[in-house]
Design a binder for this molecule. Sequence first.
Ligand SMILES: Cc1cc2nc3c(=O)[nH]c(=O)nc-3n(C[C@H](O)[C@H](O)[C@H](O)COP(=O)(O)O)c2cc1C
Length: 407
Amino acid sequence: MLKSNILFIMTGSIACYKACGILSKLKQNGHQIKVVMSPSSLQFIGRATIEGLIGEAPVTDMYASGQNMDHIHLNRWADLVIVAPATANYINKIAYGLGDDLLTTLFLSHDFKKPFLIAPAMNTMMYLHPTTQASLQKLKEMKIEILETASGVLACGEVGYGRLLEPELIVQEIETRLLDHETTRTFNSEKMPTAKNIKVLITSGGTTEPIDDVRVITNSSTGQSAAKIADTLMESGIEVTYLHAENAKRPSHIGKRKSFKSFLDLQATLNEELRADHYDWIIHMAAVSDYSVIPTDGKISSTKEEITLKLKRNPKLIDQIKTLSPKSHLVGFKLTSTIDQKTIDEKVKSLFKTSHCDFVVQNDWNDIKNHRHQYVFYAQNEAPLALTSTDELSSALFQRIILKESL
Ligand SMILES: Cc1cc2nc3c(=O)[nH]c(=O)nc-3n(C[C@H](O)[C@H](O)[C@H](O)COP(=O)(O)O)c2cc1C
């Protein structure tokens, strides 16, 4: 990973303690870090903690002697700026152009050629407040990257949106942006050959089906293979839109991304995306729940000896794709759990016949369980192709795409 200069801004949220985890990981990864803290954030984390983590004291005052020009110098020094955690107060202030302290002035003097990321952290009502939502929208229009928030139990005891994304995901987001920024610069300077004008949509990760307001049923899909395939395609200049479960692995390269939670969520996002845009290829890898729970309002009591959940069968999303986007090439994935070749053949055949897939990739749970990433690639009227790693699968898909698109 590229070693970069990261300007890390912290504002006054209870999630400041989580930001320490991010700083520690970035430092371990070899980045240079400078931290700017709002006076409120110092109520949550002391200067000594930051100095201990990054080996340098945080900057907190615009008028401190010898640091008067930091609001300009820090931006020049940085390859990337991240605000984590970002309070509602800070988000609303910068969206409206205030510059009454070092943190807001740094935003006003930001060089828009560099990435500026915001990781919000706040109570759900603050997050969903129309002022905060309008500010986030305004910042997005300025091409500021707003990271998603996680949902779950908040410090105030409420359950909902607004929780700071987990530290490892924020580190991943930062390093992805740095890599992409560097790649863009390299592409621009060296005019590398690209497979431009090919658009691919990839779905990734597992859906989560709510049982009640706080519990879910999900599956073990990680999105690792989808992220790898997305990276291989993007490295060659293919435009990838990545629809991913909230916890799924993200590709290292930046493309368009949208997250989903439940079956209904993914169905709506897929519908919206396929109606709005034409994709040359759709690689449908998400592990979609076959059943959804008829959810209970509130939280099911934890004192009952037994509870019964009622599950309702979901329609097959893959069967809807060709109706929505008849001109796209569709790659379907079939996870089997058998060694009986006849059963496998039937399942693969059904994806060609019922779902109108152009290609099918089959893998088996028994291999995954034993940490083997083996796949069989099927094209109609061709002999199946055995692949022994996700790298091989990525290359096979890339070659197919290039071959078809250059015909
Ligand atoms: C215990 C406690 C926790 C807080 N957590 C948050 C938070 O997570 N998000 C937020 O937007 N504000 C939070 N606040 C309110 C901010 O600290 C307050 O709006 C402050 O003015 C923010 O200043 P700053 O944006 O300059 O750092 C919290 C306040 C307290 C007392």
